[in-house]
Write a protein that binds this ligand. Structure first.
Ligand SMILES: Cc1cc2nc3c(=O)[nH]c(=O)nc-3n(C[C@H](O)[C@H](O)[C@H](O)COP(=O)(O)OP(=O)(O)OC[C@H]3O[C@@H](n4cnc5c(N)ncnc54)[C@H](O)[C@@H]3O)c2cc1C
Length: 512
């Protein structure tokens, strides 16, 4: 304490200090948890995982609707560094995947990093300090040198813009926020949407409800699901000889890569897949009228390709009917379709997907010089290798712009992103950088090439899908094989970045 005129200086109210973390990760799904695991393996341990929910699991914590399951075989939909020999099926259900996530958390001792009920509302970069301020709803700000935005592209359910949606007097359920207490037995139910979640929900509900009306806007291309119950000898084999599971995983990976040749680009394989899907439809749907309703008028791959063995048979049940008239409005007792019929129901299930941030930031993000990501992405999101955005130093994204897989496991994209992010964060911490910022020209070059390649894909062939913005800009998908994506993520090209050192020693605390 200093002395002024022989008296002790008056104490000013102590300023609260907040610690600056090395890394804050937003989201505790596969991406966030995997990033924490890999960072710790590299000796980076000053990490917090900010999760708005009260448990881990992301997609698989939130999607608990009946029939929820993965469309990618379990041996491929898991981390390569933490394979699970005990998957019970070829394609696991949501609950088993969630168990696997919990197993990861225990095995890699991630619980101490978790800060649940931390809903991130915005990020702001302090250029002078080289740190991000993270605002959290109803809580103190968190500060970190590096941020990993792993909040998932499919985390926020969306309702369609149908007039009267608030006037319905019955039960309303979104597929991603299932009400497991609602008793469907004997009820009159409408399902709106016929995408990936709907085709899993419909067969389950059809068995329980009095009648089910399925409202379709556009039919999907559907192929059979080659599922099986894993025999005990298989689990023992994988357990005792992990190399055998790796071999199966690799075979599955390359089989999915082969699908890309028909799903991503328009080739003879596209026609072959369409032929297979039409034969499957003919086999499962004897009614010519319903078959016509279910036959897509766009190229396979343009929208998400689905797999199911029990969706078409469910539509053939006496208590299920498919409607492809547009919905005019929702009223107090049900749904009015464009031909003027009011369908009275007890419950409406919205299987209408997610609000995907393809032309907006996931939450307000203020970068260097006060720039706003929302403004920069207003005409479509763009990044460098899906991970960094010029002007937003020390910020890394998983499943960012143009990282979407159309044909392979999301984890085949998430894993190389994580390894890339670990390299970036390692560089910032090792060289004590104030800012590591991708160069705008490198980002522009990367995107010009990406969009040129996207123009030749099935996604950009004319159908409307959640992959595209309203103007038809593809901000979501990666136009290539997962192998190519993995290869581009191997090298961290220093020349594509600007690195700025601290002027003075980095301060570990900040005024709160
Ligand atoms: C129903 C469904 C089925 C799917 N099936 C497949 C499939 O078959 N194959 C496939 O490859 N992929 C599939 N996916 C894609 C799936 O999302 C990814 O495979 C993967 O789970 C993404 O993991 P993630 O950690 O990036 O995101 P998520 O699993 O979405 O996790 C993100 C986490 O961030 C949290 N969060 C979000 N916003 C905030 C915030 N502001 N503040 C704090 N926390 C926040 C969320 O609560 C969540 O826990 C499916 C997705 C859905 C929704």
């Amino acid at each position: 304490m200093s002395a002024v005129n022989g008296h002790a200086a008056r104490k000013t109210p102590a300023t609260r200090k907040a610690r600056v973390l090395d890394v804050a990760i937003i989201g505790a799904g596969f991406s966030g948890l995997g990033t924490a695991i890999r960072l710790r393996e590299q000796g980076i341990t000053d990490i917090a995982i900010l999760e708005r929910g009260d448990d881990v699991g992301g997609t698989w914590r939130d999607n608990t609707y009946p029939g929820a399951a993965c469309d990618i075989p379990s041996n491929l939909y898991s981390f390569s560094f933490a394979q699970n020999p005990r998957w019970s099926r070829g394609y696991s259900g949501s609950a088993e995947i969630l168990d696997y996530v919990h197993h990861l958390v225990d095995r890699f001792e991630l619980r101490p990093l978790m800060r649940f009920r931390h809903n991130v509302k915005g990020l702001e970069f302090d250029e002078a300090r080289g740190a991000w301020t993270i605002s959290i709803a109803g809580k103190r700000n968190v500060h970190a040198r590096c941020v990993v935005a792993a909040q998932g592209p499919l985390a926020n359910p969306s309702l369609p813009d149908i007039p009267g949606i608030d006037s319905f007097g019955g039960e309303v359920i979104h597929s991603a926020r299932w009400d497991n207490d609602y008793d469907f037995d004997g009820k009159r139910v409408a399902v709106i949407g016929t995408g990936a979640s709907a085709i899993q929900i419909v067969p389950e509900l059809a068995r329980r409800v009095d009648f089910l009306k399925v409202f379709q806007r556009t039919p999907a291309w559907i192929l059979p699901r080659l599922d099986y119950s894993a025999p005990d000898w298989n689990k023992t084999l994988f357990d005792k000889w992990p190399a055998s599971q790796t071999a199966v995983r690799n075979a599955l990976f390359y089989a999915h890569e082969a699908m890309a040749t028909g799903v991503i680009w328009n080739t003879p394989v596209t026609r072959l897949l369409e032929g297979l899907a039409k034969a499957f439809l003919r086999h499962q749907v004897p009614d010519a009228w319903v078959r016509r309703q279910l036959t897509p008028q766009y190229r396979i791959g343009c929208k998400r390709l689905l797999i199911s063995n029990d969706y078409y048979p469910a539509l053939m049940r006496d208590n299920v009917k498919l409607y492809d008239w547009p919905i005019d409005k929702i009223c107090e007792k049900g749904i009015r379709s464009a031909e003027g019929i009011e369908h009275q129901v007890d419950c409406i299930v919205f299987a209408t997907g997610f609000s995907v941030p393809k032309a907006a930031a996931p939450f307000p993000i203020t970068g260097a010089g006060g720039r706003q990501l929302d403004n920069e992405w207003a005409r479509g999101a763009a990044a460098y290798k899906s991970v960094n955005v010029a002007g937003y130093p020390n910020l890394f994204m998983t499943l960012g712009p143009n990282a979407g897989p159309g044909h392979n496991s999301a984890l085949a994209y998430i894993e190389p992103q994580i390894d890339y992010i670990v390299q970036g964060i390692g560089t910032i911490l090792e060289y004590d950088l104030r800012a590591l910022d991708v160069r705008a020209d490198a980002q522009a070059k990367h995107n010009a090439e990406l969009q040129k390649r996207l123009a030749r894909t099935n996604w950009n062939s004319g159908c409307s899908s959640w992959y595209l913005t309203e103007d038809g800009f593809n901000a979501t998908m990666y136009p290539g094989f997962a192998t190519q994506y993995r290869a581009q993520m191997k090298a961290f090209v220093n020349a594509d970045y600007r690195a700025i050192r601290h002027n003075a020693e980095f301060s570990r605390t900040v005024d709160a």
